[in-house]
Structure formats: structure tokens, C-alpha cells
Design a protein around this ligand. Structure first.
Ligand code: MN
Length: 378
């Protein structure tokens, strides 16, 4: 069997612990998250941006789960990462940051803006120079649109090709469908930056200590896993229905880790709503909402069995594979096996589209994947 090289629309990196404190003036650095564990190790006191709260530390099983999920060395070491990618047969990657989950707890706009710049500066200095295969997403404040626009301009000047946005903005800011964000969409289109939403990034109230737990009780683990995907669908819906993508036809959106088959389904619903409730629809769009969704929104999946038929039979072409390296939901350790299982019976042009073509449409300056000459074990 020949190695099937693929690009990835969904990968992750963990910044060093001092990525913010090392780059911020002391007054702002003092406001970044700090945690002090109790001697018994069951609780900790967290302070962030002038707020203090107590939270129970995760159980040892949860700690092990997270540790296993971040085991590969390449998640912290950008040079070592390349060996992991080569072994897995992953070439170019959209790489998301990890510290963004804290941003919902920041109340001071200057702090959030400075932290995002520090993360971007780190990516510029330590990640981007390592390999042209790394498409590292920049980060922007979602607390103030003006700060976001300024950062988009900095990102574009410094060679970034994508910006990560959480699936819902900061809790005290307007939602994505509001006109407040119009300058951000205009800036991203103007700069040619892909807007990359990663599922499951709605702001979390960390003071509640219930990270990623919407449901408890029977079925909770599966329900919580499935729940994360809806946030990506909502973000795409807001950008289509509000007319943001209609007004910016060159703006491209990537929804990572959320599967692909929901796009034609959601397109049907948006088209139906637009037609059946036409008297109530504001703003009017110049194009069919399903067409806007199907052409300007791209989807990265890892295991979804319906992704290939979606691409082949439902007319949705913007499907790409994503390894979700290094997370346990991802394919690290068995990427080739997963690809073979998903794509062995696909048409050659579909395989090409999902593993390479869709990704290169968004990121044409990533170098071409090597020829598939390596023989690997089935
Ligand atoms: Mn992911």
C-alpha cells in the first residue's frame, strides 16, 4: 500500500506556559490566569483579570485523558512535530492555538488585545519559520471589533493566512450576525485571511468549573461530544443569514472538526427559511443562502463516514480531511489506516479533493505534497 499524503484542516499546538507573561508589561502580565493548588490537591484558587474563583481539580482519570491527548512531543516542539507529521502522512496543517479558552474570562480589553498579540508574536517567531507546511491561525480579541480589525491588519502584514475565531464571540460582545462585526469581515476579505472556526469554542464560564459539560447523567459523555459540533454550525448559519458572506463574496470560512454532511442539510434549511418566511427576512441576500454556504464555507472532518458521499453525491465540494493532531478524537497513530478506510472506495478525484485540493484552494502557497512513493504496512 502506498502512503496516502493528506493535508489537515484541523490540528493543534500548545503554547509555552509563559507565552503571555514573557511578552506583556508587568501590569498586564499580573492579570493573566494564575492557579494555586490547595495542599490536598483537590481544589485550586484561580485568579484572572481581577477575578478570583475556586474550582475543583479534574479527577485523576480526567487528568490522564488530557495528558494522553497531548502526549506527542510535536504538540509543544515545532521541529519535532514534522517527524510526527511525516510518519502519519500529514503534509500541510491548519494549526490552532490552545490558550484561547481563557479569553472569555478577560474583562479588560487591553489585556485581551495584548495577550492575542503575544500569542501571535510567538507564532510568528517560533512556529511559522519552522516550516511552510504550518498554517498557524492568528488570534484576535473578540471583545472589541476595532481591536480585532487592527490585529487582522498586523496578521496580514506578517504573513498569516488564517485567523481563529471562537464559535461565539466574547460574552460581553455582540453576536457574529450583528453589524458590529462588519469591519472584521471586510478586513479579513481585504487581507485574504481565511476565517477558521473550531467547533466547541463557545466561551465557557470557567468559574463554574464545568468545562465542556453541557449535560450530565445517562449518555452525558456522548451527548457532550455531539454537542460541541453544533457551535460550528451556528457560526456558519450566522455568517450566511446575516448577509456577511453575501456582502463579502471573497471571504472564506473554515469550520474545523465538525464533519461535513451538515452543510447541505443546513443549506436546505436556510434556503427554506429564506423562501417560506420571505416577508420577515432581513436583510435580503443577493444570492441563494444555500449556494453561499456551499461555496464560501469549508468543512474539515476526521472520522465522519458521510463526508465522502457528501462530496460525491450531495454536491458539496469544500470537504477536507483534518487529523486533529494530537487530540484523542483525532487520527494520530492511525492516520493512514483511517484514510484507507474512508477513501479506499472513493473516486480518485474525490480522494484528491478531500486530502489535498480543498486545502490548497484555501492555502495555495503551502508547498505541494510529496509524491506517494513510500510503501507502508496495511
Ligand atoms: Mn481539533
Amino acid at each position: 500500500m502506498l502512503k496516502m499524503w493528506t493535508n489537515s484542516g484541523d490540528s493543534h499546538f500548545i503554547e509555552p506556559d509563559d507565552v503571555w507573561t514573557a511578552r506583556l508589561p508587568k501590569a498586564l502580565a499580573d492579570l493573566t490566569p494564575k492557579a494555586v493548588k490547595d495542599p490536598d490537591g483537590e481544589w485550586e484558587t484561580v485568579s484572572v483579570d481581577g477575578q478570583t474563583f475556586r474550582r475543583r481539580l479534574p479527577s485523576s482519570a480526567a487528568v490522564k485523558f488530557v495528558a494522553d491527548s497531548h502526549r506527542p512531543q510535536g504538540v509543544r516542539d515545532p521541529a519535532a512535530r514534522l517527524a510526527d507529521l511525516d510518519r502519519e502522512g500529514v503534509w500541510g496543517e491548519v494549526i490552532f492555538p490552545s490558550l484561547g479558552m481563557w479569553s472569555a474570562t478577560f474583562r479588560t480589553p487591553e489585556l485581551l488585545r495584548a495577550c492575542m498579540r503575544a500569542s501571535n508574536q510567538y507564532a510568528l517567531e517560533e512556529l511559522l519559520p519552522v516550516s511552510a507546511r504550518y498554517v498557524v491561525t492568528g488570534q484576535v480579541s473578540t471583545l472589541r471589533p476595532g481591536d480585532a480589525v487592527e490585529e487582522i491588519e498586523w496578521l496580514a502584514e506578517n504573513g498569516f493566512r488564517a485567523v481563529f475565531l471562537p464559535t461565539t464571540p466574547h460574552p460581553s460582545a455582540a453576536d457574529w450576525n450583528r453589524d458590529d462585526w462588519e469591519p472584521l469581515w471586510a478586513a479579513c476579505e481585504q487581507a485574504g485571511l481565511v476565517v477558521a472556526f473550531h467547533i466547541g469554542t463557545d466561551p465557557v464560564d470557567v468559574t463554574s468549573g464545568g468545562l465542556g459539560q453541557t449535560y450530565r447523567g445517562p449518555g452525558g459523555a456522548v451527548m457532550n461530544y455531539a454537542e460541541t459540533t453544533f457551535s460550528g454550525q451556528r457560526a456558519a448559519m450566522k455568517l450566511v443569514a446575516s448577509g456577511a458572506l453575501d456582502r463579502h463574496p471573497d471571504l472564506k470560512v473554515l469550520i474545523s472538526e465538525g464533519g461535513a454532511s451538515w452543510i447541505p442539510f443546513l443549506g436546505d434549511r436556510l434556503r427554506e427559511g429564506y423562501r417560506q418566511h420571505h416577508v420577515a427576512v432581513r436583510p435580503k441576500l443577493s444570492r441563494d443562502p444555500k449556494e453561499i454556504l456551499m461555496t464560501q464555507v469549508y468543512a474539515s472532518f476526521q472520522h465522519d463516514e458521510t463526508a465522502v458521499p457528501t462530496c460525491e453525491a450531495l454536491g458539496y465540494r469544500n470537504v477536507m480531511f483534518g487529523s486533529d493532531y494530537p487530540h484523542m478524537e483525532g487520527t494520530f497513530g492511525h492516520t493512514q489506516k483511517t484514510l484507507q478506510g474512508l477513501l479506499a472506495d472513493a473516486r480518485p478525484e474525490t480522494r484528491q479533493r478531500i486530502t489535498q485540493g480543498t486545502f490548497y484552494e484555501l492555502f495555495p502557497d503551502v508547498p505541494p505534497v510529496p509524491a506517494s512513493t513510500d510503501v507502508i504496512d496495511g
